[in-house]
Ligand binder design. Structure first.
Ligand SMILES: *Cc1c(COP(=O)(O)O)cnc(C)c1O
Length: 402
C-alpha cells in the first residue's frame, strides 16, 4: 500500500518497533531534512482552479485545509499506526478529544455501551453524563471480570469501552477474553491504551477493534503538549471517524504533532527505563504503606494476566496510605524532589491525590466503587536516578508518619 507520506507499508511493516518509532511516517520535503519538517500552515494553494475542484472531489491526491490534512500531522499518524500495528490512525487535539470522537462517531440514540468502572475521570463523565444525554445507555461494570461484560450485553450493545491498566487503581482487563466476548457478539471494543502505549501493549493484536490514546502522556513523554490519537481499521478511521472529526474539528495542531513525533523516537527507551524504576520504587513502597497497586509486582492480584499482555508494567501506579486524605496530603507536602502534579507519563516523577484532583469531579459514591479512596495516591515514576527517588520517598514517608 502506497502511503501519502511517500513510504511504502510493505517496507515499513518489516521494520522492528524501535525503527518504526524513529523512521515511521517520515516524508522529506525537497530540502532533504533529516528531522521531520514542521508545516505551520492552515491552507494549501493550487496551480489551477481545476486542481482545487479535483482535490475537493477526492480525485487528486493532496491537501486542502489543515483541519483535514497537514503533512506534519500525517507523519505522526503514520508513525503511530505503524507502532500500533493498525491500518490507520487519526490524531486529535487531546486525549479526551480522541475518546469523545472514538465513541460519538459510531454511536447513536438507542445504542448501548458497556464500560469499565475504573477509568480516567473525564472518561467516566463521557459514559455517565454525555452519552445518556443523547439517549445512549451505558452499563458500568467491574472490567476485571470478563463475565460482567457477558452479563451486561443487550441486543442493542454496540461497544465495550475500557482502559487497561486503569487510571488510577491499576485494574487490569483481560484483553484476549473481553475482545473475544465482543467479537462473538458483533460488538466493537474501544481500548484506552494511554498507560501502556504500543511500546508495552498492543490491544489490536489481542483482538481489540479500536485503540484510543492520550498522547499527552508517554508518547510526548516530557510534559510539553496535549495530543490524542485513535487507531483502527482503514474503514473505521477513514470512513466513520474522519467524517466525524473533519466536520467537528478536534484537530491536532502541527506543532504539537511535531513534538510528539520527537517524543516517539525515545518512547521505547523511556518506557522501559521508567518501568524498571517503577518496579524498584513499588517494591520499596510495599514495605512501608498499606497497599501498592502495581501490576508489575508479583503481589498484584492480576500480575500474571498483566504480564501475559504487557511487555512491562509501565511507569505509573497507585498506593494507599492508612490515614486517608490527611496523611496522603501530608506525604505529598513532604516531598522535596518528586513534584505534586496530576500529570503522568512525564520524564519527571510526579505524584497526585486522585480523590481531590483527577477524580474530584466524580461523585464520592462512584469514587468509592472505583476504589479511588481518600488514602489513594498515584505516582508517575520518571527518568531521574531511582536512588534519588527512593531517598525522597523515604524522607517524606518518615515525615508523614508512615
Ligand atoms: C490523561 C488521560 C486521558 C485524557 O487525555 P488528555 O490528553 O488529558 O485529554 C484519557 N485517558 C487516560 C487513561 C488518561 O490517563
Amino acid at each position: 500500500m502506497k502511503r501519502k507520506t511517500g513510504q511504502d507499508r510493505s517496507v515499513t511493516q518489516k521494520w522492528r518497533p524501535a525503527t518504526r518509532a524513529i523512521r515511521g511516517g517520515t516524508a522529506r520535503s525537497e530540502w532533504g531534512e533529516t528531522s521531520e519538517a514542521l508545516f505551520l500552515t492552515s491552507g494549501y494553494s493550487y496551480d489551477r482552479a481545476g486542481d482545487a475542484a479535483a482535490r475537493f472531489a477526492g480525485e487528486q491526491a493532496g491537501m486542502t485545509y489543515s483541519r483535514l490534512q497537514n503533512p506534519t500531522v500525517e507523519m505522526l499518524e503514520e508513525r503511530i499506526a505503524l507502532l500500533e500495528g493498525a491500518e490507520a490512525c487519526r490524531t486529535m487535539a487531546t486525549g479526551m478529544a480522541a475518546m469523545t470522537a472514538a465513541l460519538l462517531c459510531q454511536l447513536q440514540t438507542g445504542d448501548h455501551v458497556v464500560a469499565g468502572r475504573a477509568a480516567f475521570g473525564s472518561c467516566r463523565w463521557l459514559t455517565d453524563t454525555l452519552l445518556p444525554r443523547f439517549g445512549i445507555a451505558t452499563t458500568i461494570i467491574d472490567a476485571r471480570d470478563p463475565q460482567q461484560f457477558v452479563d451486561a450485553v443487550r441486543p442493542e450493545t454496540k461497544l465495550f469501552f475500557f482502559e487497561t491498566p486503569a487510571n488510577p487503581t491499576m485494574d487490569v482487563v483481560d484483553l484476549r477474553a473481553v475482545c473475544a466476548i465482543a467479537r462473538e457478539r458483533g460488538i466493537r471494543t474501544v481500548v484506552d491504551n494511554a498507560f501502556a502505549t504500543p511500546a508495552l501493549q498492543r490491544p489490536l493484536d489481542l483482538g481489540a477493534d479500536i485503540t484510543a490514546y492520550s498522547a499527552t502522556k508517554m508518547m510526548d513523554g516530557q510534559g510539553r503538549v496535549l495530543a490524542g490519537a485513535v487507531c483502527g481499521s482503514a474503514q473505521f478511521i477513514n470512513e466513520e471517524l474522519l467524517a466525524f472529526t473533519r466536520n467537528t474539528g478536534p484537530t491536532l495542531a502541527p506543532f504539537n504533532a511535531w513534538v510528539v513525533l520527537k517524543g516517539l523516537e525515545t518512547l521505547d527507551l523511556r518506557i522501559r527505563r521508567q518501568s524498571e524504576s517503577a518496579l524498584i520504587v513499588a517494591k520499596f513502597l510495599e514495605q512501608r504503606v498499606a497497599t501498592v497497586n502495581y501490576p508489575g509486582l508479583p503481589s498484584h492480584p492480576q500480575h500474571a494476566l498483566a504480564m501475559s499482555q504487557m511487555d512491562a508494567a509501565g511507569p505509573i501506579f497507585s498506593l494507599e496510605v492508612a490515614g486517608g486524605r490527611e496523611q496522603a496530603h501530608a506525604l505529598l507536602d513532604a516531598l522535596e524532589l518528586i513534584d505534586i502534579s496530576n500529570n503522568i507519563g512525564d520524564s519527571r516523577s510526579l505524584m497526585t491525590h486522585p480523590a481531590s484532583t483527577t477524580h474530584a469531579g466524580v461523585s464520592a459514591e462512584v469514587r468509592e466503587q472505583m476504589g479511588v479512596r481518600e488514602g489513594l495516591l498515584r505516582l508517575n515514576v520518571g527518568l531521574e536516578d531511582v536512588d534519588d527517588l527512593l531517598d525522597d520517598l523515604a524522607q517524606a514517608l518518615d515525615r508523614a508518619g508512615l
